[in-house]
Design a protein around this ligand. Structure first.
Ligand code: LMR
Length: 400
């Protein structure tokens, strides 16, 4: 009965890891998926995460009952505080509903399903380019996806005028996906002044912001700084949605821990919105897993562990920033043709190199370096030892 099933292509990002795993070369380097690696090229479990996990394991009073449909209440409260700020009026006024979801993707999907059922406008504008999974998540939830200009290949920076023009031309009420910080894949963010202009335009047109916050603390090293864009939109009293992920900032990738928050106009609306979110979640996966969220909650609620987390987080962010400088210096030293200053200007996990699909294919074939075909490299996957190899490969790719 399945004889006519067509073989689907691999995922453009996760498929890079599939190809990497098949490569027998000892030199191979995976700069595809955004996953942090140490200087030794190893995945990192934060010390504070290990400690929190150990504490939970030692506590024999803990059971493995089902969580409520909306997840762990304590985790939800702490997650809202983390993104909106401890003294957020929206939280104090009980206008925020937060539900635990399966990391960033699951939060986006639940939010999108809710909007498709309960929001009058079904068009969502996403930046061009954006994370490859965004259009799929929104389309499958029943939203209609359009793009707004974001990145200028000429300047390798923000196409701010294009962004404003496209949002200005969007129908009133349309949903707009915004990357809270460290835009994926470009590493290009608006300045605070530009964010303020975006906010004013969106509020004046009644556009609904849906933030994807996958890198809080990971871009600048400061949890507050990386939440500024979101907080700007919340402090004006208007509505918004936020999808939060703990994959990167706590290194909890495989635990799938995240949260969806919907900021409403009143406490009464928030209660009704939450009741409908439960109807979205229950037939999808019933209720979320308990383990990862318990670890996150343990860290967020304990001031010592929280502090330890911020130190480890900053160390990851700083290592990535230092990789940017090292790669830039290595290309300068080789006299690689072109202007590579965008490597140090862009922020977050990725550099959008400007290399084209052919150049990427060349680097994979000749140098066993794996990256997405749009020329995005995960700076978090680089180390001092592998920078020269990458610089050699880029130099050869642009010189041939
Ligand atoms: C990425 O963009 O590499 C990450 O967000 C991982 C993923 O799921 O694609």
């Amino acid at each position: 009965v399945f004889a006519n099933v067509v073989r689907a292509p691999e995922d453009p990002i996760l498929g890079v890891t599939v190809a990497y795993n098949k490569d027998p070369s000892p030199k191979k380097l995976n700069l595809g998926v955004g996953a942090y690696r140490t200087e030794e090229g190893k995945p990192l479990v934060l010390n504070v995460v290990r400690r929190a996990e150990q504490m939970l394991v030692n506590d024999t009073s803990r059971v493995k009952e089902y969580l409520p449909i909306v997840g762990l209440a304590e985790f939800n409260k702490l997650s809202a505080k983390l993104i909106f700020g401890v003294d957020s009026p929206a939280i104090q006024e009980n206008r925020v509903t937060t539900v635990q979801c399966l990391s960033g993707t699951g939060s986006l999907r639940v939010g999108a399903e809710f909007l498709a059922r309960h929001y009058h406008e079904h068009t969502i504008y996403i930046p061009q380019p954006t994370w490859g999974n965004h259009p799929k998540v929104f389309t499958i939830a029943g939203l209609s996806v359009k793009t707004y200009r974001y990145y200028s290949p000429e300047t390798r920076g923000l196409d701010f005028q294009g962004l404003l023009d496209d949002l200005n031309a969007a129908p009133s009420g349309a949903i707009v996906l915004l990357h809270a910080c460290a835009h994926n894949p470009t590493g290009v963010d608006p300045t605070p002044e530009q964010w303020e202009q975006i906010r004013q335009l969106m509020r004046s047109k009644g556009l609904l912001p849906f933030f994807d916050s996958a890198y809080q603390g990971f871009a600048s090293g400061s949890l507050d700084e990386d939440a500024q864009s979101v907080r700007m939109f919340v402090s004006d009293g208007g509505e918004c949605l936020v999808a939060q992920s703990y994959a990167k900032n706590m290194g909890m990738y495989g635990e799938r821990v995240g949260a969806l928050s919907i900021v409403c106009k009143s406490a009464d609306v928030a209660v009704r919105v939450e009741s409908q979110l439960k109807l979205v979640i229950r037939p999808m996966y019933s209720n979320p897993p308990i383990h990862g969220a318990s670890i996150v909650a343990a860290i967020l609620k304990d001031s010592h562990m929280y502090h330890e987390w911020t130190v480890e987080l900053k160390a990851m962010a700083d290592r990535i920033i230092s990789m940017r400088q090292k790669l830039f210096d290595a290309l300068q030293a080789r006299g690689t043709p072109g202007d590579w200053s965008h490597i140090i200007k862009q922020i977050g996990m990725f550099t959008f190199t400007g290399l084209n699909a052919q150049q990427v294919a060349f680097m994979t074939k000749e140098y066993h370096i794996y990256m997405t075909s749009d020329g995005r490299i995960s700076m978090a996957g680089l180390s001092s030892q592998t920078v020269p190899l990458l610089a050699d490969a880029i130099h050869a790719a642009v010189s041939t």
